[in-house]
Design a protein around this ligand. Structure first.
Ligand code: SF4
Length: 208
């Protein structure tokens, strides 16, 4: 049985057009990617960064996590998903037998926006080629988007996360399962039950 068989009967597959941002370079590496990020001035966020926040994890991982943007702590550390929300994300991963060395995790933009605001559409678009190139290196089985913002941004929709989670979506050549942002779960612990269901689907996909 394919892993799609583990999804609930009402799960739907939403198709999106492949973007014009296709990167056809045959050889790419995280070394090259990091080098280009370090000198990137493609959007105004470079003015505010202390450090580039690279993605972290396994170079070839089955699970690829995408959050919205680095915050102030991440900007200082240069590592995504720090603080209380990062600790909760670590626990969520541990619950399905994963950790920061077995998955790959990153954000839509690699420089922290000022005042912890969300990145705007232009900043996300300017940074998207780094995300696509990382995905093509990692080749994950599934992407877990963390919260409304990265999910809406990738799927080009305004639907709330409550309507997008519990369903499999397709973006570019990738399968996306949306779930709640750990920061949201800290503020709304009752949603952890739903997040756990999302993680169980991810676990089944990874085991298949
Ligand atoms: S957010 Fe991305 S596109 Fe903008 S300056 Fe940083 S690395 Fe470059």
């Amino acid at each position: 049985m394919s892993w799609e068989g583990f999804l609930p009967e009402d799960a739907i597959v939403m198709g999106t057009k492949k973007s014009e941002l296709k990167d056809t370079r045959p050889l790419d590496s995280f070394f090259q990617l990091r080098k280009e990020m370090e000198s990137c001035h493609q959007c105004s966020l470079h003015e505010f960064r202390s450090r580039i926040v690279h993605g972290v994890g396994a170079e070839h991982a089955d699970l690829f996590l995408i959050g919205d943007a680095p915050g102030a702590v991440e900007d200082q550390e240069g590592v995504p998903f720090q603080g209380e929300a990062g600790a909760l994300l670590d626990k969520m991963l541990a619950a399905i037998g994963q950790n920061r060395t077995t998955v790959f995790m990153t954000t839509l933009v690699k420089c922290a926006p000022p005042m912890e605001r969300k990145p705007n559409g232009d900043e996300v678009l300017q940074c998207r080629s780094f995300l696509l190139r990382a995905l093509r290196i990692v080749q994950p089985k599934v992407i877990l988007t963390l919260g409304s913002f990265p999910t809406q941004s990738l799927l080009n929709t305004t639907l709330p996360i409550s309507q997008m989670r519990g369903r499999l979506h397709v973006w570019e050549e990738w399968n996306i399962l949306p779930t709640f942002d750990p920061s949201y779960l800290l503020r709304n612990p009752s949603a952890k039950k739903e997040a756990w269901k999302d993680l169980q689907w991810v676990q089944k996909i990874l085991e298949t």
